[in-house]
Design a protein around this ligand. Structure first.
Ligand SMILES: [Zn+2]
Length: 458
């Protein structure tokens, strides 16, 4: 069963100047302050105007209190929490939220999982709307202030819902199309792009998502990449995710070929383009050269694939708990996100859908902070690097100003208070405490909340 969503907007004083006091504050870059003794020892001073929310100062309590405008501010105390910027979720599927967390059946494997999704997903417009809305609530519950959502095959309802919710996002129209079906997919893309050219692109930006190497042919990828480059449209795809994908692309065999045959979409045109021994990243390399892609997963990353991704300026949305759920490390070895970063690749974290989250309280949030916590536990990854992957790297990957996801003076995408539970209080610094805590978040400042939520909050 899906745990309930418990998002509660924070209460906010009337005063447009607010001084938030907390145990500590941290972001991925310069700001890093934590107490040596219990109590409030760090602070953030913010100013709200009708158009923006700005950070005036953040850091050690005494330094922030010395700001000339601090004495006029209303005090908000967060004695059990550390304050940090809101986060980014670089890859999710909000339309699948209604399915809830599901166990992975190793006997039926990835294809069994694809069948599960095909059987369980809704195409009923009202249910789909409700599912996306539920997903948005779980993003808010997680402290996420920017998301890249895959809208589902030829679905436009998720984009509409994100717009109704005023949730800052890149909403990626997903398309499938192989072999002889590609012409029809390209026509559909042209119509959708023409329609979106008449729509406001803030706070929800339209993006493209050809689904994956085994479900989209070269012509569809080429057309989508051209449109993305010419019209400055974000573009994403799933890449090098499973051993089945490698088998299909390199050898034109295996369960994915069986699936395409079963669906009646395997044809000579498809057969001609695969089976040449290429790794999926090399198969897609001529396309990656044409537009700046954000590719999801890349669990299968030999050295040459990392070199190709770096050379083509391709970003990676890594979904750590999803990779672990499918046991990808058993086939491919540990995910090479740190090698990718070392090679100059922009790596951001995503949650993938709720389906592959654990069926516990953490499924009440689509949280990249929880993904970072998972990596901290498993790999002892550098805390500053983890914060970067869930804030500034995510923003850069989605074409948004990364400064909005720091505590530097200037406009902010939001500030979250991460509750610090007892075991995490022993950690030496603010970033590590945030990562060692398993508690949820509260919004200290949330500029992206729509007006009706603000009304409920007051
Ligand atoms: Zn995905």
């Amino acid at each position: 069963m899906t745990p309930p969503c418990t998002f509660q907007p924070a209460t906010k004083p009337e005063n447009p100047l607010r001084l938030h006091l907390a145990q500590g504050v941290c972001d991925a870059h310069a700001i890093h302050s934590a107490p040596s003794a219990p109590g409030n020892s760090a602070a953030i001073l913010v100013e709200e105007t009708p158009d923006t929310l700005r950070i005036l100062a953040a850091g050690d309590l005494d330094a922030v209190r010395a700001h000339p405008r601090a004495p006029a501010a209303a005090i908000v105390e967060w004695p059990d929490a550390i304050l940090m910027p809101a986060t980014v979720n670089a890859h999710t599927h909000l339309d699948l939220t209604h399915i809830g967390p599901q166990p992975y059946n190793r006997n039926t494997g990835f294809l069994g999982w694809v069948d599960l999704i095909r059987d369980a997903r809704t195409f009923d417009p009202a249910m789909l709307r409700a599912s996306v809305r539920d997903g948005v609530a779980r993003l808010r519950n997680a402290g996420v202030a920017l998301v890249a959502d895959i809208a589902g095959a030829r679905q436009t309802i998720p984009t509409q819902v994100l717009r109704e919710e005023s949730f800052p996002s890149v909403s990626c129209l997903e398309v499938f199309g192989t072999g002889d079906r590609q012409r029809d997919t390209m026509r559909f893309l042209d119509e959708a792009i023409a329609h979106e050219a008449t729509q406001p692109q803030h706070p929800v930006r339209f993006g493209l998502s050809p689904h994956a190497t085994y479900s989209c042919g070269h012509a569809v990828y080429l057309h989508a990449a051209r449109c993305a480059a010419e019209r400055d449209i974000p573009i994403t795809t799933h890449l090098a995710e499973t051993p089945e994908e490698y088998q299909f692309i390199a050898h034109a065999t295996g369960p994915l070929r069986t699936l395409l045959e079963r669906l009646g979409v395997w044809d000579d045109a498809t057969a001609a383009t695969i089976g040449h021994g290429l790794h999926p990243v090399e198969h897609l390399a001529p396309i990656l050269e044409r537009a700046r892609f954000l590719v999801a997963h890349v669990n299968d990353a030999p050295d040459h694939a990392i070199e190709t991704l770096a050379r083509t300026n391709t970003g990676v949305a890594y979904c750590p708990r999803a990779s672990a759920y499918f046991h990808h490390h058993e086939q491919f070895g540990p995910h090479r996100y740190r090698d990718m970063i070392q090679a100059g690749i922009l790596v951001a974290l995503g949650t993938d859908s709720i389906v592959n989250l654990p069926p516990d309280e953490s499924a009440s949030r689509l949280s990249t902070l929880d993904e970072a916590r998972f990596l901290h536990r498993r790999d002892r990854t550098d805390p500053a690097l983890l914060l970067r992957m869930i804030t500034t790297n995510g923003a850069l990957a989605l074409g948004v100003d990364p400064e909005l996801f720091t505590l530097a003076p200037g406009p902010t995408a939001g500030i979250i208070a991460v509750n610090i539970d007892a075991p995490a209080r022993r950690a030496p610094d603010a970033r590590t405490r945030v990562l060692e805590s398993s508690a949820g978040i509260r919004w200290a400042e949330c500029p992206h909340l729509p007006e009706q939520d603000r009304a409920e909050r007051d």
